[in-house]
Design a protein around this ligand. Structure first.
Ligand SMILES: Nc1ncnc2c1ncn2[C@@H]1O[C@H](COP(=O)(O)OP(=O)(O)OP(=O)(O)O)[C@@H](O)[C@H]1O
Ligand SMILES: [Mg+2]
Length: 247
């Protein structure tokens, strides 16, 4: 049984079909990439999976159980963690405290000492050990992104949703983020990631889904997706060069 099954899911806002009849499955341990131009429905799809929004139609199953429309904290408790495209840590709390909030929210259980030890382990994992007691407001963008990842991991997810985790990072930071994501997958985490940095997404994923105007227009291995005329069509513009580089 797939870990996640998204079946004919739709969501509209007024007249806009943000997500239109999208279906896909995700196997345990897989890393599936999602790409698509601005406004193609990627974040809305994440919001539907994570429970921030309820779909108008369709089913979303985790381990075969329908989770569509459940409250976000319930979905989190069932094992789906997420990062947000716009990172908003608790500014006045330090990095360690922010990660502890994630731990409280998620499905991990245990003593306070265990929670702190785990939060410290996660801060070290994302490269923030030295910033544990720095207020989140004073962190740089890359460090806030790292913190966001540690907070999501602290909820003890089985499936991690990453929404443009690499946006705004320089090439060296992107490379370190990619290594981090690979490491998480190697440890058994299932990952669904939205990314505008096409070459990075293609490098990390065996399979990619492309959204355009809410619809899934392509799905397959990166090379096949990059060569797909429908995909090339929607990427005519700023990101064409990214696609070209891969072909
Ligand atoms: N809460 C909302 N209310 C009204 N319209 C919305 C809302 N959220 C998203 N939309 C619209 O739904 C469509 C899809 O938006 P979404 O944020 O899912 O796209 P995206 O693929 O994540 O874009 P980006 O690459 O810019 O992050 C857009 O037309 C957007 O304006
Ligand atoms: Mg988005």
């Amino acid at each position: 049984m797939p870990l996640l099954e998204v079946e004919r899911v739709s969501k509209g806002f007024g007249g806009v079909r943000a997500v239109a009849d999208v279906s896909f499955t995700l196997e345990e341990g897989e890393l599936l990439g999602i790409m698509g131009p601005n406004g193609s429905g990627k974040t809305t799809l994440f919001n539907l999976i994570a429970g921030a929004l309820a779909p108008d139609a369709g089913r979303i199953r985790l381990h075969g159980h329908d989770i569509a429309g459940l409250a976000p904290h319930r979905i989190c408790a069932r094992g789906i963690g997420r990062t947000f495209q716009l990172v908003r840590p608790f500014a006045a709390l330090d990095a360690l405290e922010n990660v502890l909030v994630g731990r409280l929210y998620g499905r991990a259980r245990g003593t306070t000492a265990e929670a702190i030890a785990e939060a410290e382990r996660l801060l070290a994992l994302v490269g923030l050990a030295a910033r544990a007691h720095t207020p989140a407001a004073q962190l740089t963008l890359i460090d806030r992104k790292r913190l966001e990842l540690a907070r999501a991991l602290a909820t003890a997810p089985q499936l991690l949703l990453l929404d443009e985790f690499m946006a705004g990072l320089n090439p060296a930071e992107t490379a370190s983020a990619m290594a981090l994501i690979r490491g998480l997958q190697a440890e058994g985490l299932t990952v669904l990631m939205v990314e505008h940095i096409v070459w990075a997404l293609m490098d990390l994923s065996r399979r990619i889904i492309v959204l355009s105007a809410g619809e899934k227009i392509a799905e397959g291995p990166p090379a096949a997706v990059a060569a797909d005329p429908a995909v090339v069509d929607v990427y005519l513009g700023s990101e064409t060069s990214d696609l070209e580089r891969r072909r």
